[in-house]
Design a protein around this ligand. Structure first.
Ligand SMILES: Cc1cc2nc3c(=O)[nH]c(=O)nc-3n(C[C@H](O)[C@H](O)[C@H](O)COP(=O)(O)OP(=O)(O)OC[C@H]3O[C@@H](n4cnc5c(N)ncnc54)[C@H](O)[C@@H]3O)c2cc1C
Length: 369
């Protein structure tokens, strides 16, 4: 006769605090879990969506430009205002280390003429599956469909609160992403947790996004892409402040493409640095298809359509050597939840990977509480 199974009511999920709870299973969270497995840091990944890496799957139109084959120093020279904060993380986990890491996982890669790196089959799913396989083989538990509602310090540990259970963790890595493309899971929860725990959150701005114009030279070309193009940002006195050669796309709303994105991001950072400056003081010029279109006071598309969120957890309250909060011991941040963003070309995924690795390595190296 079969013995009846005794099912305890409301069983504890873990009997003691887990060493590391990784909140968010996107680019930073998956990389963090892979590093934790390599460094033998027991961890659990808690992901809001049904599967890991929803945003990674959408990167570069589903092709995933995960890095650029350049040196750490070139990367830091290109990255912009976050460079001093991410310098250690990027020097220890430079783009070329990420590239060789994917090669060692058996992912065939393709290098473009401009050094951007993609999986050779052009499928972002190949990158997400590589993480999935690694985490399964390493036995990293993944709790999906499981939005974290709050993170509370408790007796030297943290309560990580979800709808159905509370998990105790010695360390928490917040890797919940930015606030753009909320359908892909990143809804600004991590910034809310940080604020609840006393952190300052730098207001959001859309980054790497198209600009609006009704110029008919643009709208009548809607749907056309011009690879051999360029865009620049010009001040009221005619000074060229920033220039980028690359793709310009004509859309029904206006202009997009890598050259426009990088100029738009430059403008957002400039407006942030110089509070007196107004968008109307600037002009974005785009040269494509033998046209030169000027857009005065360029207006970006909304944050929800942006490739990256400018703003997030303030960097002066996070230790760049460890990614640990300077306010709450044991609380770490990685990826776009931080006030960190880069240009197009694989920089943002590399930033997520490198900051995640720095956080987990520092957790692995520190003593237990
Ligand atoms: C359309 C598009 C194309 C892009 N293309 C590129 C590209 O080609 N190259 C590049 O370098 N960058 C690209 N980016 C940017 C890049 O995808 C992000 O910068 C990167 O994914 C950020 O990594 P992250 O881990 O910080 O956040 P995400 O990858 O967004 O991951 C955050 C994760 O946290 C989860 N989460 C959120 N809240 C909770 C919660 N409360 N509880 C549990 N889990 C939670 C989310 O569901 C999500 O899975 C692109 C972005 C977009 C939108």
């Amino acid at each position: 006769m079969k013995q009846a199974r005794i099912i305890r009511k409301d069983p504890p999920l873990f009997t003691r605090p887990v060493r590391l709870a990784i909140v968010g299973g996107g680019a930073a969270g998956m990389f963090a879990a892979a590093v934790a497995a390599e460094r033998r840091v027991p961890c659990v990944v808690i992901e809001r969506k049904a599967r890991l890496g929803s945003k990674v799957l959408m990167t570069a139109n589903g092709r995933c430009n995960f890095a650029k084959d350049i040196s750490a120093e070139q990367f830091l020279a290109d990255v912009g205002p976050a460079a001093p904060f991410v310098a250690q993380a990027v020097r220890e986990c430079p783009p070329r280390k990420i590239i060789s890491g994917f090669k060692s996982l058996g992912v065939p890669l393709r290098r473009m003429a401009d050094a951007r790196m993609f999986p050779a089959d052009g499928k972002a799913a190949t990158i997400v599956h590589a993480f999935g396989d690694l985490l399964r083989e390493s036995g990293v538990p993944i709790l999906s469909n499981c939005p974290v509602a709050g993170i509370r310090p408790q007796d030297g540990c943290f309560s990580v609160v979800t709808k159905n259970f509370t998990l105790l963790a010695e360390n928490v890595l917040v890797a919940t992403g930015g606030a753009s493309y909320p359908k892909l899971g990143s809804v600004g929860d991590g910034q809310r947790f940080a604020a609840e725990l006393g952190h300052r959150v730098v207001p959001y701005r859309p980054g790497l996004i198209g600009i609006e114009t009704s110029d008919q030279r643009v709208t009548r070309r809607a749907g056309r892409r011009f690879e051999d193009a360029c865009a620049r940002v010009v001040a009221a006195n005619g000074d060229v402040l920033y220039e980028y050669s690359g793709e310009v796309d004509c859309e029904t709303f206006g202009l997009s493409g890598a050259a426009i994105y990088n100029c738009q991001r430059f403008i957002e950072h400039l407006l942030r640095e110089r509070p007196g400056l107004k968008p109307a003081d600037l002009v974005m010029e785009a040269a494509f298809d033998r046209e030169r279109v000027s857009v005065k006071g360029p207006r970006p598309r909304p944050l929800k359509e942006a490739i990256v969120t400018i703003g997030g957890v303030a960097l002066d309250e996070v230790n760049p050597a460890t990614m640990e909060s300077r306010l709450v011991r044991g609380l770490y941040f990685a990826g776009e939840v931080l006030d960190v963003d880069g240009p197009t070309g694989g920089y943002n995924l590399t930033l997520a990977f490198a900051t995640a690795r720095r956080a987990v390595v520092s957790i692995a190296q520190k003593g237990r509480p």
